[in-house]
Design a protein around this ligand. Structure first.
Ligand code: IVH
Length: 706
C-alpha cells in the first residue's frame, strides 16, 4: 500500500483498512525510534504517513481507532547521559569535492596569511574516518572524562563506556597536566559483520553500517554492552592543553602516538595541493582494503602557529578541510512526488522511491529541490539533464554523498512508462490551501498562508526546539507535533505555559502512551531549565528567514543584550539611518539578512509572538570578549596601504578579536590608523584630523603578547 490514493476516492472500508495499516506501521516506527541507531523509517516518510493518517481521520472521524497514532506522543527519551561542556568546542570540517576545491583551499589560506605562492606551505593529509568523534580529557596523566561531540559545545558524558575501549589509555606518562585528546571511535568492517551476525542470531538490533554500530555501542547506558563491542579509536587532534604538544600538527600526532594512542599510519606531510591530491588518490585506491570505513581525506595546515593565526569560522577551522570521496550512485523507480511545506513556507518536492541500497544505506526518499529542477531547468534558466524532466514512474539515478540528503542525478528515458505524465507543481499550499507564490528570481514557490498554515507552524516549532535552539530534553519533533495537533502549543511561548495549564489537566498528558506523572514533570522541569538561555540561541530559535546559527551568534555578539537588539531593530525599521548602518556593519551580515531581521521585528504578528516568548525568558547577556588587557578594546581602527605582515582579512579578524572596531574609512570617530607603504588619502585625512597613526610594526608592538 502506498497510501497515496485520493481520499475522496476511498470507500469507508478502504479507509478503515488504511488506518489499521497506518496504526501498525507508525506504531512500529515509534518503537524503533528509541533505538535511534537503527531507525526503520526516515523522518520524511514518517511525517508523510502521519499526515496521511490525520487526513484520513479528518475525512472519516468515526473510523478513528483507539490506538490511533495521532494520540501517541511517542516515548519519552531515557535518562541518557549527563552533559559535558567542552573546554574547547569540537568543530566540524568544511568540505572539498573537486581537485579545484583543494587548490582553492591553499589559495584561500595563502591569501589570509599573506604567504606568496613561491613560499612553501605544508599540510598533513590523513584519512577521514567514518565513525563518531570523542574527546578524552586527561588530568595529570589520568583519564578523567570522555565526551561525545554533541552539538560541538556540549556533548554527552560517556566516560565509563570510553574506558572499555582498548585503544583508549587510562593513564599517560609525561603528558601535560591537562590534555584533551580528540579522535574517532569506529568499528572495523570485519567486527561489524561479526557483530551483526551475532545480533541476528540472538534477535538483537542489526546495524545499518559500521558508523551506526559504533555510535550505538558507545552510547549504551550499560557499559558492559559497550565493553562487549569491538570499538576502536584513532587519535587525530586535541582540545584543551596546559602545554603545547609540538610546533606542528604532524609533531602533535607523533606525541599522541608516543603517549600510546593509535594514530593513523596513512597520515603524511604534503608540500602543497598537488601532493595532497596525489595522496588522496592513493588513499582512495586503498580504501576498499583498509578494513574500516573512511569517507575522504582531511588536510590540515601543518604549522600550529599558522593554524592559530588562521583560527575559525563559526563552526569550522580555516586551517583544515575534508576532501570527500565521490558520491555513491544507484538506480531505482520513482514511485511518487510529495510536496512538503517547510518552516518558511517553501514547497519542497520530495521523491518517494522504491527503496534502494546506495553505498550501504537504504534510500527511499530524495530531494527534488524545486519545480524547475523537476522540469529539467537549472537555476539560471538553462537546461539540466539535457532538459529531461522527472516523472512519477521514471527510472532514476540516486546520488548520495556522505550525510548529504540524497538527490536524483539522472533519469533514464528509455525506461519511461508510456503513461507517465509531466509533473504539475501545485500553485496552492497542500497543507492550508493558501496561494503558493513564486517571487521573481526565486526558484522556490512559497505558501503565502504564514501562521495560518499548520505546516509552517509545526515546522517553526520543530525548529524552535531543535539542537542549536532551545533543545529541550524530552521535547522532540514528534512530541511538539503532537502537542500542536492537540491544540496545546501553537507558538513557542505556549511551551512555557504548559506546566501551568497542565496544573489542572495533568491527567490528560499522564494518560497518554509514553507519559507518566514522572516523565511529564520531568518535561516541565526541562522546559523550566531553558527559561535561562543564551541570546544567540533565542535569536536562532525564532527561525527568521536567512538568520541561521552563525548569523545569530554574530548579531547577539554585537549587541550583547536582547534589549539592545530590540532597540536597534526598532530604530532600523525604515532600513536607513545609524541603527541600520550599524546592523549592516556587522561582519558577515548583509542587506538580505538585515532586512529579514528588521522585517520580522516590525511585523505585528511575528513581533507579538516574539514578545510573548521573551516574557517567559531570562536571556543571558553575551559577555564581551575579555579585552581587559587589550589597549585597542573599543577603539576604531582603519587599516590602509599595503600590509606586509598580515592580510587585510587577518588584520581585521585579529583587531576584532581584541575588541577593536575595524572601519574602512577615516572619520572623526577613528582612533588609530595603521598605514602600510603606499597609504594615500586616508593617511592624509588622518593627519588632518590628528588621528594616531602607526605602521604595521607599530601595530604589532601595540598588541604584542595578546
Ligand atoms: S579533524 C577542528 N581529522 O570528521 C577539526 N576529523 O566532518 C577537528 N573526522 O567531527 C576534526 N576523521 O568526527 C579530523 N582525521 C580526521 C578525521 C576527522 C574523521 C570526523 C570528526 C569531525 C568530522 C568533521
Amino acid at each position: 500500500m502506498t497510501f497515496d490514493t485520493d481520499i475522496s476516492d476511498l470507500t469507508e472500508a478502504d479507509a478503515r483498512s488504511e488506518l489499521k495499516k497506518l496504526a501498525a506501521l507508525l506504531g512500529k516506527a515509534n518503537a524503533d525510534y528509541h533505538g535511534m541507531d537503527a531507525p526503520t523509517f526516515d523522518d520524511a516518510e514518517y511525517d508523510r504517513l502521519k499526515r496521511r493518517n490525520s487526513k484520513l481521520e479528518a475525512a472519516f472521524p468515526k473510523l478513528m481507532r483507539k490506538d490511533s497514532p495521532t494520540t501517541k506522543v511517542g516515548a519519552v527519551p531515557s535518562d541518557g547521559f549527563s552533559k559535558v561542556t567542552h573546554a574547547v568546542a569540537m568543530l566540524s570540517l568544511s568540505n572539498a569535492f573537486e581537485d579545484d576545491d583543494v587548490e582553492d583551499f591553499d589559495i584561500r589560506i595563502r591569501k589570509y596569511l599573506g604567504i606568496e605562492k613561491d613560499i612553501p606551505l605544508s599540510y598533513t593529509a590523513e584519512p577521514k574516518i567514518d565513525g563518531l568523534s570523542l574527546s578524552l580529557r586527561y588530568e595529570n596523566g589520568v583519564l578523567v572524562q570522555a565526551a561525545t561531540r554533541g552539538d560541538g559545545a556540549v556533548g554527552e558524558n560517556v566516560t565509563t563506556n570510553a574506558r572499555t575501549i582498548s585503544d583508549v589509555p587510562h593513564t599517560l606518562q609525561d603528558a601535560p597536566a591537562v590534555l584533551e585528546v580528540r579522535g574517532e571511535v569506529y568499528m572495523a568492517q570485519s567486527d561489524f559483520d561479526a557483530l551483526n551476525q551475532s545480533q541476528t542470531a540472538k534477535g538483537g538490533k542489526v546495524f545499518a553500517n559500521p558508523r551506526n554500530a559504533a555510535a550505538g555501542s558507545l552510547r549504551q547506558l550499560d557499559s558492559n554492552i559497550t565493553r562487549s563491542r569491538p570499538l576502536r579509536f584513532f587519535a587525530y587532534a586535541w582540545g584543551e592543553l596546559s602545554a603545547p604538544l609540538a610546533d606542528t600538527q604532524h609533531g602533535g600526532i607523533k606525541r599522541l602516538s608516543a603517549f600510546g594512542f593509535s594514530t593513523n599510519s596513512l597520515t603524511v606531510l604534503c608540500d602543497g595541493p598537488k601532493a595532497m591530491i596525489a595522496q588522496y588518490r592513493k588513499i582512495e585506491k586503498q580504501r576498499a582494503n583498509l578494513g574500516y570505513d573512511i569517507d575522504g581525506v582531511v588536510y590540515k595546515v601543518n604549522d600550529l602557529a599558522l593554524q592559530a593565526r588562521l583560527g575559525f569560522r563559526s563552526t569550522t577551522p580555516r586551517w583544515a578541510v575534508a576532501h570527500k570521496f565521490p558520491a555513491e550512485l544507484a538506480w531505482t523507480r520513482l514511485e511518487g512526488i510529495d510536496i512538503q511545506v517547510g518552516r518558511t513556507g517553501a514547497l519542497s518536492p520530495v521523491a518517494r522511491l522504491q527503496p534502494v541500497n546506495v553505498g550501504g544505506v537504504v534510500v527511499s526518499n530524495a530531494t527534488l529541490h524545486n519545480e524547475d529542477y523537476i522540469a529539467g531547468r537549472g537555476a539560471k534558466g538553462g537546461e539540466i539533464r539535457g532538459g529531461r524532466d522527472i516523472r512519477v514512474g521514471d527510472w532514476v539515478q540516486i546520488y548520495r554523498a556522505g550525510d548529504v540528503i540524497p538527490k536524483i542525478a539522472d533519469v533514464d528515458l528509455s525506461k519511461r512508462p508510456d503513461d507517465a505524465v509531466a509533473f504539475e507543481f501545485p500553485t496552492v499550499c497542500p497543507e492550508c490551501g493558501s496561494l503558493a507564490a513564486r517571487d521573481e528570481g526565486d526558484a522556490v514557490r512559497r505558501c503565502t498562508g504564514g501562521m495560518i498554515c499548520p505546516a509552517q507552524i509545526v515546522e517553526n516549532l520543530k525548529h524552535f526546539i531543535s539542537r542549536g535552539a532551545f533543545d529541550i530534553d524530552g521535547l522532540g519533533a514528534k512530541q511538539v507535533e503532537q502537542f500542536h495537533i492537540d491544540g496545546w502549543v501553537s507558538e513557542p511561548a505556549d511551551i512555557f505555559t504548559l506546566r501551568d495549564r497542565f496544573g489542572q489537566g495533568l491527567q490528560q498528558l499522564k494518560n497518554r502512551e509514553g507519559w507518566g506523572e514522572k516523565s511529564a514533570t520531568k518535561l516541565f522541569d526541562a522546559i523550566d531549565e531553558k527559561r535561562e538561555i543564551g541570546f544567540g540561541r533565542v535569536l536562532f530559535a525564532l527561525g527568521i528567514r536567512h538568520i541561521g546559527e552563525a548569523a545569530s551568534n554574530l548579531i547577539s555578539g554585537h549587541y550583547g543584550t536582547w534589549n539592545a537588539l530590540e532597540t536597534a531593530l526598532d530604530q532600523a525599521g525604515d532600513l536607513e539611518g545609524e541603527a541600520w548602518e550599524e546592523l549592516l556593519g556587522i561582519d558577515g551580515v548583509g542587506t538580505v539578512m538585515a532586512g529579514s531581521l528588521v522585517h520580522a521585528f516590525a511585523q505585528p504578528t511575528e513581533r507579538g509572538a516574539i514578545d510573548r516568548l521573551v516574557a517567559h525568558l531570562n536571556i543571558a547577556e553575551v559577555k564581551a570578549l575579555d579585552t581587559s588587557n587589550s589597549p585597542v578594546a573599543g577603539k576604531t581602527v582603519v587599516f590602509t596601504g599595503s600590509l606586509e605582515m598580515m592580510s587585510r582579512a587577518e588584520a581585521k579578524a585579529r583587531a576584532e578579536s581584541l575588541g577593536a572596531k575595524v572601519s574602512g574609512s577615516v572619520s572623526t570617530k577613528t582612533d588609530i590608523l595603521v598605514a602600510g607603504p603606499g597609504a594615500g588619502s586616508k593617511a592624509k585625512k588622518a593627519a588632518e584630523l590628528g588621528i594616531q597613526t602607526m605602521d604595521e610594526a607599530g601595530w604589532f608592538d601595540l598588541i604584542k603578547g595578546l
